[in-house]
Design a protein around this ligand. Sequence first.
Ligand code: ATP
Length: 340
Amino acid sequence: MPPTPEPVLAAPRADADGSPGSPGYAAGAAVVVQDLRMRYGATVAADGLSLVVPRGSVTAVLGPNGAGKTTTLETCEGFRSPQGGTVRVLGLDPVRQRRELLPRIGVMLQSGGAWSGARAEEMLRHVAAMHAHPLPVGMLVERLGLAECGRTPYRRLSGGQQQRLSLAMAVVGRPELLFVDEPTVGMDPAIRRTTWGLLREMQRDGVTIVLTTHYMDEAEQLADLVHVLDRGRVIASGSPAELTRGTGSATIRLVVVQPFPPDAPESLRTALGGDVEVTPLTTHSLLVTGTADASTLATVSAWCERHGVVPESLTLGRRTLEDVFLQLTGRGLTGEAVPA
Ligand SMILES: Nc1ncnc2c1ncn2[C@@H]1O[C@H](COP(=O)(O)OP(=O)(O)OP(=O)(O)O)[C@@H](O)[C@H]1O
């Protein structure tokens, strides 16, 4: 008997970007957001936000709590109408052309999206039945480790199980475009890797994926393109490699046992000279970027000795997206302010 072919995760479709004359059209773009403005009362969630998601890409939308990621995604998914600006998804207006768009997209919400009393597998089979060409439910149940909780009501699932079920419900209809909001929050490392594997496979099969995440490694592992958001605006865009290259790709991280003296950043900057930036992270840690190399490391070590600063760790490594965000905003991705 010939082997059963692996299920293809995307439905075969004719290209359907929308007509080039339609507003917001960009060749090869799955999503185009132009000058989006959204507010909740006095709170500004999107402040002239523009971004493009290329077709076939995994595009990560990154930013601290409250940056406007979920609002932007919900507007693209048609759950909210733009108060200003335009949004086009697969060439369509997600609010006015919702019925046309819905069968072509998959949405994994941050929470909810399922009936609290429904059993996990029953729920997934129900969603599958609403699609013309669903993936085999058994395959998804197995791939996402849902077999053990298939008969468990949604409200009794653990946070990680709920996440996996939400992901399964988002992909079961073989969407052309998948929106995933914080897909791996609450997942253990093994399931997280399985989820990444599934998303990569979907991309290989031609699915465009838009994901929001707080996890830098997730963005670095999965994304071809990263849009960094802060306070409702896109402050940087590029591939992870482009964003982390900068003026010098290495970073030195110094973590100390006692809090730094107040003038430490300035004093270290003077000791290092040249094109080096010193950014305090917390009272006990700082970052050296720019032309950071082995000799810079030696200078930092000598500076510590001269100033009676005892390092807990001193490391030279690749610049990460977290470092980039910090340099752009003066805040960490978790949103905490960097002490002056
Ligand atoms: N329904 C709402 N009513 C009032 N304010 C809201 C509402 N939804 C979001 N906000 C506010 O709008 C801003 C942007 O929120 P949003 O959820 O889009 O950001 P986010 O980047 O997704 O944050 P998180 O990482 O915490 O999910 C925040 O200040 C948030 O408190």
